[in-house]
Design a protein around this ligand. Structure first.
Ligand code: C2E
Ligand code: MG
Ligand code: MG
Length: 734
């Protein structure tokens, strides 16, 4: 169709295009509002068959302002309205315009005002205020003018619409970023990307996201998908049945960029070489605006993706042990809290002498041992049993009670472990078990109880398992509490020594004294060393404490010179953990030299339990000490299990007869004392009787051949001042 400029538009009726076809998306909707029927017909005729921006025109007609309002109030997509100014009233058209903009809040509709009489032209302000595109007298509107007018209006409408779409898209992206920025699993995240992409590009379905988690060694797979693609979730990329989709995603991941030619194939760069690719089956060319929006969307999503990966990594660290690739303590606690296996059992197992393995060989060997144990444990229990590493050489099991048993745990350690190219290594573990049947305690409490059982097992039956009994927890907790108080008292120098004299039974001479450790708690109560020494021994506190005892006792002895005979000796109790220290003997001699004593003025008391393990090591250390003249006594003799050969091997000087054979009732116990004395005599050892409380006991011991004694009959243990005045009294008395 050709138009000649300035030709008047004939207003003829034409039924070709009417409002019935106006809903088609491929046409521009134009509304004609005029009270003169001719104008409707003429407009349609003039614009018949024309195309604007590749789309035709569909007309709707209103003959009054009220009719127009009714039409416009419906959901619609009118691009342009030609509105007559004078209809029901002189300014009906202008009123209509005001209502469109204000009441209907329709700012996109382009409006061309027309009037028959020039006198009804609106004010220029009105034109601006109501965003009126054009104002023409009907006679001005030649066919060409009408066409240009409409074209301009339609273009400007399209632009407004695009801006609106852009704004909506940006809003959507913001919402998507907020939504996708939440810490969720990777699958949920990918599903979110699918939803948001479909919404952004206004496609219903046919969208999927595929992940290349580690391009180097893992084939990408479909993480999330919607529409017809939904069935492909979980498929490796290579197995996607549609070649077009497969090809697009491959290309995108390989070249690390978007491809928008055949559908939209988008690239999201994540953290650490990981990436996502998404394919959306848009079956139309993307508009420039859509491309820009996609660009913004993708960079936003990449940031959210990276954050998510960091979160997942942190999460991974929080719940997994990176050395042996097992769940960690947190994971175990949470699993017990969640009570996945209701009637379950929990075990904590600790490798025996792992510290030795680690110190003898290098750390990497220790790591390999732990990995091998982790591997064997995991393989030994079914998947429903959680196998965790809680730290160092401590492992945890949580699963059905018939799985987590002492027997099944022990079976793991039946065979030796093959570690690297080394000799097969025999390992054993000690375990503490808790049965969950009756308790609904939290994971933390359950672990505490298992840990109490483990401690008990370690004390009494290394290499075995022990079930938790309720009162163990209290005992264990009490011990910890006492240890903490003891530690504080020691560091605040609130421990002190008492001294109890040794008497030569034959002539009553004071030949020495035993130093005995005293602890008065903050509540002013004396706590027996029989209670706190074992606790100090278990914790390692015994080492510095024992050193302090030795130094203090020796200083005390040094301070007595002149007031006691030259060979007066101070006896110092030394516990097994002190002897276990490699440099014990040397340190002890250092203190001796520091204080300036003769070896003969010091005696060491060791209990029988010391002599049970590491006899050779002990013999070497004792030989060093004896080399300097220090005498060694076996304390509490008769209560333990030391054989004669042990006593001979250690070349002990003194045997202290335990007080249960001395002040104990009955003839029988005294017979044991007598036997010990006879035996010691054969071995050329001096005997010292502990706990002599009565003169009768003293007399009997003397008669049996016992050389020295100690006990309440002579004196209770005393502090320094008491000891001095006791010495004085005794000298005066004699
Ligand atoms: P022990 O070495 O056999 O010490 C003798 C214990 O018998 C002391 O108890 C002493 O007070 C007590 N005793 C002495 N005479 C009599 C008596 O006539 N009748 C009765 N019933 N008891 C008497 P204490 O002081 O309670 O010490 C207990 C244990 O604690 C000691 O037994 C010793 O094994 C350990 N101990 C004390 N001080 C130290 C220390 O500094 N280091 C180490 N490793 N152990 C220590
Ligand atoms: Mg003693
Ligand atoms: Mg004793």
């Amino acid at each position: 169709m050709t138009y000649t400029d300035d030709a008047l538009i004939p207003f003829a009726d034409d039924e070709l295009a009417d409002s019935g076809q106006a809903s088609s998306a491929a046409v521009w909707q134009v509304l004609i509002v005029d009270d003169e029927p001719d104008v409707h017909a003429a407009s349609k005729l003039a614009l018949k068959g024309i195309q604007v921006e590749g789309r035709g025109i569909a007309f709707s007609h209103a003959h009054t302002a009220a009719q127009a309002m009714e039409l416009l109030a419906q959901p619609n997509d009118f691009a342009v309205a030609f509105i007559d100014v004078v209809m029901e009233s002189d300014d009906a058209g202008l009123q209509l315009v005001r209502q469109i903009r204000e009441t209907l809040d329709n700012q996109a509709l382009r409006i061309i005002l027309r009037t028959g009489q020039p006198g009804y032209a609106p004010e220029i302000d009105t034109i601006r205020q109501y965003d009126i595109n054009d104002y023409r007298t009907k006679s001005e509107l030649t066919q060409v003018r009408l066409f240009t007018c409409l074209t301009m209006a339609v273009r400007s409408y399209a632009q407004i619409r695009q801006l609106e779409a852009g704004r909506r898209g940006l809003e959507q992206i913001l919402a998507a970023s907020a939504e996708l920025g939440k810490p969720v699993g990777l699958k949920k995240f990918a599903a979110g990307v699918v939803t948001q992409l479909c919404a952004l590009l206004n496609v219903e379905a046919q969208c999927l996201v595929c992940a290349a988690m580690n391009p180097a060694d893992q084939t990408p797979y479909v993480l999330a998908a919607a529409g017809d693609y939904g069935a492909w979730i979980g498929l490796p990329l290579d197995e996607i049945p549609e070649p077009r989709v497969r090809h697009n995603l491959h290309q995108t991941l390989r070249e690390r960029q978007h491809f928008l030619k055949d559908g939209a194939s988008l690239y999201f760069q994540g953290y650490n070489e990981q990436a996502l690719a998404a394919f959306v089956d848009v079956q139309r060319p993307l508009q420039a605006l859509e491309k820009e929006l996609l660009e913004v969307f993708c960079s936003n999503i990449s940031v959210a993706f990276e954050n998510l990966q960091l979160y997942l990594n942190i999460n991974d660290l929080a719940y997994n042990d990176t050395l042996v690739h097992l769940p960690n303590r947190n994971a175990l606690v949470e699993a017990i809290d969640a009570r996945l296996a209701r009637e379950g059992a929990v075990a904590l197992l600790d490798l025996d002498s792992f510290a030795d393995i680690n110190s003898i060989l290098d750390d990497s060997f220790g790591d390999a041992v732990l990995q091998s144990v982790a591997h064997k444990l995991r393989a030994a229990f079914p998947a429903e049993t959680l196998v965790a590493r809680l730290g160092s050489d401590l492992f945890g099991l949580y699963g059905p009670a018939q799985q987590v048993t002492p027997e099944k745990i022990a079976a793991v350690f039946d065979e030796p472990f093959a570690i690297d190219a080394n000799e097969p290594l025999r390992l054993s573990a000690t375990a503490g078990l808790v049965s969950l049947q009756s308790s609904m305690q939290t994971g933390l409490i359950v672990l505490k109880n298992a840990s109490a059982a483990l401690k008990e097992a370690k004390r009494f039956q290394r290499g075995k398992s022990l079930y938790f009994e309720a009162n163990q927890a209290d005992a264990a907790r009490d011990r910890i509490r006492m240890l903490n108080r003891l530690r504080t008292s020691f560091s605040e120098e609130r421990l002190f020594l008492h001294y109890q004299p040794f008497i030569n039974l034959q002539d009553g001479r004071v030949v020495g004294a035993e130093s005995l450790l005293r602890w008065k708690s903050t509540e002013g109560q004396f706590i027996s060393p029989e209670l706190f020494i074992p606790i100090a021994e278990q914790s390692g506190l015994m080492i510095p404490m024992g050193e302090w005892v030795a130094r203090t006792a020796m200083k005390w002895r040094a301070g007595l010179s002149g007031q006691v005979d030259e060979d007066f000796r101070v006896a110092i109790n030394v516990s097994r953990t002190q002897f276990a220290e490699p440099d014990f003997a040397q340190k002890f001699l250092d203190v001796l030299d520091e204080v300036g004593l003769q070896g003969s003025q010091v005696e060491i008391e060791l209990t029988e339990s010391v002599a049970i393990e590491n006899l050779e090591d002990l013999a070497v250390k004792l030989a060093i000490l004896r080399g300097r003249g220090i005498r060694v006594a076996m304390d509490d003799f008769g209560t333990g299990y030391s054989s004669l050969s042990v006593i001979q091997r250690l070349q002990l000087d003194h045997l202290k007869i335990d007080r249960s054979f001395v002040s104990g009732s009955g003839v029988e116990s005294f017979e044991i004392a007598r036997t010990i004395i006879t035996m010691a005599d054969h071995l050329a050892m001096t005997t010292i009787a502990e706990g002599i409380e009565t003169q009768a006991q003293c007399d009997a011991l003397l008669a049996a051949g016992c050389e020295q004694g100690q006990g309440y009959l002579f004196s209770r243990p005393m502090d320094e001042a008491q000891f001095l005045s006791w010495l004085q009294d005794r000298r005066n008395f004699r």
